[in-house]
Ligand binder design. Structure first.
Ligand code: AMP
Length: 217
């Protein structure tokens, strides 16, 4: 199964995608995690993408498309994928369709998690991420068992610099301009399922996502 999770920054894509992947045996491909990991290194790719990731601007399409294609090429094809944070532009969506089609595969569903702007801003202010494994938490909604430490790997938790309010609002504007048009793109392709309870607690959102996934024929 090939799934795409679509939604604004802070909509819960990472949290839901990682759970979906674990429970359904899918590979979780999170473009933001791949780019942050690259940006921490001094590799040629790292140096290229660092300024974009730090500012919260979109990395150029050719770079992220090449990175995702590389991931797909190295995949155990028996397992499906849940894409999180990719595609973010029409060019990326077209490239993903073409890459899957060349593997004899196709996207089964695009799950769009709808969340209001006020709630996105509230969430970003309390979001914490693990430096080691990228798991995410929220100080109120989903706190770690031990403050400052990741439940999954014991790594150190931090606030992403691009979650600070000014940069976060910039990311939201970029999302509206470049990524939100994909809602219609996938609606027209007959692939979109809107997850309407995106503001509820994590388990409830997950239930609605799973219901949409089970409906895949
Ligand atoms: P995320 O963790 O999904 O919020 O992504 C963090 C940052 O990585 C974004 O603000 C962008 O700078 C970059 N990024 C992630 N995914 C993409 C993508 N599909 N296209 C371009 N840039 C991306």
């Amino acid at each position: 199964m090939y799934l795409v999770i679509l939604g604004a920054p802070g909509a819960g894509k990472g949290t839901q995608a990682s759970r979906l992947a674990k429970e359904m045996g899918l590979v979780h491909i999170a473009s933001g995690n791949l780019l942050r990991e690259a940006a921490r290194s001094d590799s040629p790719l790292g140096l290229q993408v660092r300024p974009y990731v730090e500012k919260g601007a979109l990395v150029p399409d050719d770079i992220i498309i090449a990175l995702i294609k590389d991931k797909l090429g190295n995949l155990d094809q028996a397992r499906g994928v849940v894409f999180d944070g990719f595609p973010r532009t029409r060019e990326q969506a077209q490239a993903l369709g073409a890459a899957l089609s060349s593997m004899g595969k196709a996207i089964d569903r695009v799950l769009y998690i709808k969340v209001s702007e006020a709630e996105l801003v509230r969430r970003s202010a309390g979001r914490l991420a693990c430096l080691a494994c990228e798991a995410t938490y929220h100080v109120q909604d989903n706190p770690p068992r031990v403050p400052g430490r990741c439940d999954q790997c014991g790594g150190e938790l931090y606030q992403r610099p691009d979650d600070k309010e000014e940069r976060f609002r910039r990311r939201l504007r970029i999302y509206e301009e470049r990524t939100a048009p994909l809602i219609d793109y996938y609606k027209q392709a007959g692939l979109l399922v809107e997850i309407t309870n995106g503001e509820e607690e994590i388990d409830k959102v997950y239930e609605e996502l799973m219901a949409a996934v089970r409906a895949v024929g």
